[in-house]
Design a binder for this molecule. Structure first.
Ligand code: SF4
Length: 202
């Protein structure tokens, strides 16, 4: 893993423990782009971890992943992909019983938990002490719930901490829209799982 060395004094954004390098769980390029840019500007090294078994089709998955790889590469960040298999029962089993919940409900909490658990595990086994996620930046998500799940899963791995930072603030949400336009990112119409197709984004 490449560690970016920097002058800590130049940072405005300080991760827990003033750590040099964090892991970012990413759900897609539009949600993670302004976070990556902010990290870069603050001289914080980042490994992007793409683990999203919730995405309903391989086509959609590859589209989101490839865009994310391209943008991470542009900023010089490493990119790792977790397991994915279209039609896999792993994610479906995790949210079983809550299929009909509305977005922001129990199904989403379980979905966050599953993905963030994998991110915490990846961080642990790769010696990264701090991780965070792009999941909370979307206005479609409950930020506090994403943080609760992050803290919960981090507690399973000794020495790993979830970084609570509201990436929507300090212009993060606006910058997310700007970068998405500049980079001509694919505009996804739903969160990712088959059930979220019932809730189209505007
Ligand atoms: S709506 Fe999004 S966060 Fe909620 S369960 Fe589906 S994929 Fe996961």
């Amino acid at each position: 893993m490449r560690i970016i060395m920097k002058n800590k004094k130049s940072r405005i954004l300080i991760p827990p423990g003033n750590t040099e390098h964090i892991l970012l769980h990413s759900c897609c390029a539009p949600c993670s782009c302004s976070i990556m840019e902010t990290l870069k500007k603050n001289n914080i090294g980042c490994t992007v971890y793409f683990y999203n078994p919730n995405i309903d089709t391989e086509k959609e998955y590859e589209l989101r992943k490839e865009e994310n790889i391209k943008f991470a590469k542009k900023l010089g960040f490493d990119f790792y992909e977790g397991d994915y298999q279209q039609g896999s029962t792993v994610w479906a089993e995790y949210v079983a019983g809550f299929e009909n919940e509305k977005e922001r409900g129990k199904r989403c909490s379980l979905c966050f938990e599953m993905r963030l658990y994998a991110a915490a595990e990846f961080a642990f086994y790769n010696g990264v002490k701090v991780f965070t996620s792009s999941l909370g930046i979307s206005r479609w998500k409950n930020f506090d719930e994403v943080c609760r799940c992050g803290i919960k899963v981090a507690s399973k791995f000794s020495g790993v901490e979830y970084w609570i930072n509201n990436w929507r603030k300090e212009g993060g949400s606006n910058r997310m829209v700007e970068i998405s336009k500049e980079e001509n990112f694919y505009r996804q119409q739903y969160c990712g799982c088959i059930y979220s197709k019932l809730t189209h984004y505007d």
